[in-house]
Design a protein around this ligand. Structure first.
Ligand code: BG6
Length: 522
């Protein structure tokens, strides 16, 4: 896709015009949707050890995600699904044909999915892949392609084998690189006839926010070793593995493209005080660290200085640095859910949290029911900023609003979701008009799946409602929400028809009090 294929508009009021071939679709992660945790020879993954804790404040993410060795032992000993909601997912493993039919009906051009490492290598240490696992993804990708849906595939979405947290120390162990590349080799060899777009590590930056799910790291295994030292070492191994995976893909699947995947959390300065601005700049730079390495092929000088200042010593050889330089990415993908505010003193300020991070509340923005700050214009800001920084095509591979939907008469009147997407898609169009090159847009959890952070089914993102509750009850039948036909129309018109904003506001306001407050900020 080139800039010449786009029709530009500089007016902020104009309807966005998306390039032809724009990849509209949706996004899922295998560990949150497939279920079938012990079917087809699958091994336990880190996701299968994370739990829904109904007694915890759902916004208390740190507590919800602090995993100990004892938790892992309990998870291994437990043979059902119970509080391990990701073991159930939404039953995509058995219902993927029905789900793909619904996505085809919506007009999806692409679907982001991941391949569970533990279906192919149940403990991550086998020499040969599990044939049943290999066959499942053949069936899945073939069914997608038959429906005209291009697979966009994540190789590592919080689902590495749990055994590697027990017998190794997660990604802290250098050997993880080779084990992961063995898995990647099978993926590229088996599936490159269907897959053109690959992503290595989902939200690679989340290693600091939740090291267990991102890197299999259980901090109580490291004795007196400094936590930051452990995480930087593990991160280095992931960055080398990502670069080597890109090199391997080019060898085994010529013509395919590799992307990095970042959680884009935009930080605004709270005031124009220069110190606030400097803090925001530093926080944004920390957020960009990961894509900087994966796009520019080297560690930034500021990080090397910081390691030196803090006495952090990351073991790496010249071959690692050469791989990082050679294995840069073809495009930049990212999730976008919220912006944050940086200030020199936030002690007295109200806080927001979300996506396992927290910060000062932006007084101009509203939040979702889970306290995630909603900022459509921040998406436009991020697209422009990322494109100016890297000059590579961008792919928004996650965006959406988690909400408590009500199924009434076989549908959900989710005008609030339509409104959320309408605003975000408008801003993407405006970013394109301002020069950003955007390949596609895949809203998160396009069919309801288990929440990553809270393990709830009741935190719903989809255009399709899944009749399942937090405890695993329900028929698991699928129902089209109102947003289903709205998104279908958006795709059919290539983003030209986003609906009548005033009309949508009127309905949304009567449906959802948070939206009433929110609309005044738009
Ligand atoms: C992203 C993750 O950070 O946020 C997804 O890549 C996750 O796995 C999504 O599901 C939404 O978060 P949550 O916690 O609401 O499911």
């Amino acid at each position: 896709m080139t800039e010449s294929t786009m029709t530009a508009s500089t007016s902020t009021c104009a309807r966005p015009v998306f390039p032809s071939g724009f990849l509209w679709g949706g996004a899922l992660a295998a560990n949150q949707c497939e279920g079938a945790w012990n079917i087809g020879g699958k091994g336990l993954s880190v996701a299968d050890a994370t739990t829904h804790k109904p007694d915890l404040d759902p916004t208390d993410y740190q507590a919800a995600h602090s995993i100990t060795t004892a938790d892992i032992e309990a998870a291994i000993a437990y043979e059902g699904t119970g509080i391990y909601a990701k073991r159930r997912g939404n039953d995509f493993y058995h219902r993927y044909l029905e789900d793909l039919d619904l996505m085809q009906e919506m007009g999806f051009k692409t679907l982001r999915v991941s391949i569970q490492w533990t279906r192919l290598f149940p403990t991550g240490q086998e020499q040969e892949p599990n044939p049943e696992g290999v066959a499942f993804y053949h069936r899945l990708f073939r069914a997608m392609v038959e429906r005209g849906i291009e697979p966009l595939v994540t190789l590592h979405h919080y689902e590495q084998p749990l055994a590697l947290s027990v017998h190794r120390r997660g990604w802290y162990d250098r050997e993880m690189i080779d084990l992961f590349l063995r898995f990647c080799r099978v993926c590229f060899t088996e599936y490159s006839t269907y897959v053109r777009y690959w992503l290595t590590f989902n939200e690679i930056d989340s290693i600091f926010r939740h090291p267990f799910t991102t890197a299999g790291i259980v901090l109580d295994q490291f004795g007196s070793l400094d936590g930051e030292q452990v995480i930087y070492q593990a991160l280095h191994h992931q960055l080398v593995a990502a670069a080597q995976a890109a090199i391997l893909m080019r060898e085994l699947a010529p013509g395919a493209q590799m992307g990095c995947m970042l959680t884009r959390t935009l930080h605004y300065p709270m005031t124009c005080h220069p110190e606030d601005c400097l803090i925001a700049q530093r926080t944004n730079r920390e957020n960009y660290l990961y894509s900087d390495v994966q796009v520019l092929g080297e560690y930034p000088r500021w990080l090397l200085n910081e390691w030196e200042r803090k006495g952090i010593s990351v073991q790496m050889g010249q071959a690692d640095l050469d791989a990082i330089r050679a294995g840069t990415v073809d495009f930049v993908s990212f999730s976008y859910y919220m912006s944050m505010v940086s200030t020199r003193d936030d002690t007295a300020m109200p806080k927001v949290s979300g996506n396992l991070t927290s910060g000062a509340k932006n007084p101009y923005l509203e939040v979702t029911e889970w306290n995630w700050q909603i900022d459509p214009q921040g998406l436009r800001f991020s697209l422009i900023d990322l494109y100016d920084r890297y000059r590579l095509p961008l792919f928004i591979v996650e965006n959406g609003v988690g909400a408590k939907d009500q199924l009434v008469d076989g549908t959900v009147q989710d005008q609030y979701r339509i409104e959320y997407f309408r605003q975000h898609i408008s801003q993407i169009g405006l970013a394109i008009a301002e020069g950003a090159v955007v390949m596609g847009y895949t809203p998160w959890g396009c069919i309801d799946i288990v929440s990553m952070s809270t393990c709830q089914m009741s935190k719903r993102y989809g255009f399709v409602y899944v009749d399942a509750d937090d405890a695993g009850g329900g028929s698991y039948d699928r129902f089209r929400k109102r947003s289903f036909s709205w998104y279908q129309r958006v795709i059919a018109t290539n983003g030209a028809e986003l609906g009548d904003l005033d009309q949508l506001h009127a309905v949304a306001v009567s449906r959802h009090p948070a939206m009433e407050r929110m609309q005044s900020t738009w």
